[in-house]
Design a protein around this ligand. Structure first.
Ligand SMILES: Cc1cc2nc3c(=O)[nH]c(=O)nc-3n(C[C@H](O)[C@H](O)[C@H](O)COP(=O)(O)O)c2cc1C
Length: 370
């Protein structure tokens, strides 16, 4: 097989953070709502298998909710608990492994992103550190400590199941203003106990989740932690305004047992702080010394929110800059979202230099599990 010379860096093996991968391409977690009653079926398995067959080194699944009555914010999102859903996931793992791929579930609690309107039949009210939605308005009571401990246990149980049914790693969803990020963010966390306070205080919930997950999976099973500065209601939001603040934020998470950080940004080329062109994954790698995954508009000409705000797909774009940054070791792994939705063979085509065959991403791609 001839490697496209420019893409070589993407196809180097990776060995770090307890994880060995055949290359640097990661499928980004993407919610697809194709799992009726929370059970991922044969179509979901085939969808992930197609990406594994086509040279994706690591697949991170769509967000899959932990065993708590208010964890989901949408119907048809897969569960990561219960015999039937876990059997479905076991089948997904088998299919991906049969195609030579590796896979991690993204475990998720949506916090107050859940709304009563969406679940009128359910008595499970949304939960959050202070019972506030993303605008800071009250929608329920603040979580009690007992409830917090129960939710932490549910994350640990999910991670333990991930390991038991054969996944290669687990990703904890700490980004995008869902439950863990609601603890990080001052707008949604007004607690005055040990789970609130300054940014370091607000990492405590995540730290306890990571510690519980580590205890559940043992020292060698890879834990990936995804976080973001941006929030769906405020793209310019920042948890950390300076490298020092970012260091203070990441250190407790790193010490709690994260193996690989996944820094979620919308455009990988944007510098995170003035005075350096490092992006968020670059800074995270530099400050923690841990491997990192970057993400955001790789291979596409517009960011993923344009799909919602302008109803737009995206055209393909060159991959020169992502390769250059990878060659400089700014980060270790590159997650690809919509480009892999639009074209299951994106990674194989990049590897083989068949760039003229790349399919563009359109909104219609969201309507099927192709
Ligand atoms: C349809 C769709 C669903 C998504 N669902 C999730 C999700 O469940 N969990 C998550 O962390 N990010 C989710 N994201 C964000 C992606 O993982 C990724 O960070 C984002 O799309 C930027 O990458 P891209 O520009 O390559 O698409 C989703 C994105 C899209 C387009």
């Amino acid at each position: 097989m001839t490697l496209s010379k420019t893409a070589d860096a993407l196809f180097q093996p990776f060995n770090g953070g307890n994880l060995e991968l055949s290359n640097r391409i990661v499928m980004a977690p993407m919610t697809r709502t194709f799992s009726p009653k929370g059970v991922p079926g044969a179509e979901v398995a085939a969808y992930y298998r197609r990406r594994a067959e086509n040279a994706v080194g690591l697949i991170i699944t769509e967000g899959t909710v932990i065993n708590h009555p208010a964890a989901a914010s949408d119907h048809n999102v897969p569960h990561f608990y219960g015999e039937e859903a876990l059997k479905g996931w076991e089948h997904v793992v088998r299919e991906v492994h049969a195609a030579g791929g590796k896979i991690a579930p993204q475990i998720w609690h949506t916090g107050t992103a859940r709304t009563r309107e969406k679940f009128p039949e359910s008595d499970a009210a949304p939960v959050g550190p202070s019972g506030l939605n993303l605008m800071g308005q009250p929608v329920s009571e603040p979580l009690t400590k007992e409830e917090i401990h129960g939710i932490i246990q549910a994350y640990a149980d999910a991670a333990s199941d991930a390991k038991r049914i054969g996944f290669d790693a687990v990703e904890i969803h700490g980004a995008h203003a869902y439950l863990i990020d609601q603890f990080f963010w001052g707008v949604t966390n007004k607690r005055t106990d040990e789970y609130g306070g300054d940014l370091v205080g607000r990492t405590r919930f995540a730290v306890e989740v990571i510690e519980a997950v580590r205890k559940a999976v043992g020292p060698e099973f890879p834990i990936i932690f995804r976080f973001s500065q941006w929030k769906p209601v405020d793209y310019s939001a920042k948890l950390a305004h300076t490298p020092e603040e970012l260091k203070n934020f990441l250190e407790p998470l790193s010490a709690a047992g994260v193996d690989i950080f996944h820094a979620s940004t919308r455009r990988f080329w944007e510098p995170e702080f003035e005075g350096s062109d490092l992006n968020l994954a670059g800074w995270t790698r530099k400050l923690t010394g841990k491997p990192t995954i970057t993400v955001g508009s790789v291979g596409l000409d517009s960011d993923f929110m344009s799909m919602f705000t302008e109803g737009k797909g995206s055209q393909t774009a060159g991959i020169g800059e992502i390769i250059e940054r990878l060659e400089r070791n700014e980060f270790d792994l590159v997650a690809v979202g919509r480009a892999l939705l639009g074209d299951p063979a994106w990674a194989a085509k990049i590897r083989d230099g068949r760039t003229e065959e790349l399919e563009v991403f359109t909104r219609e791609a969201l309507g099927t599990l192709s």
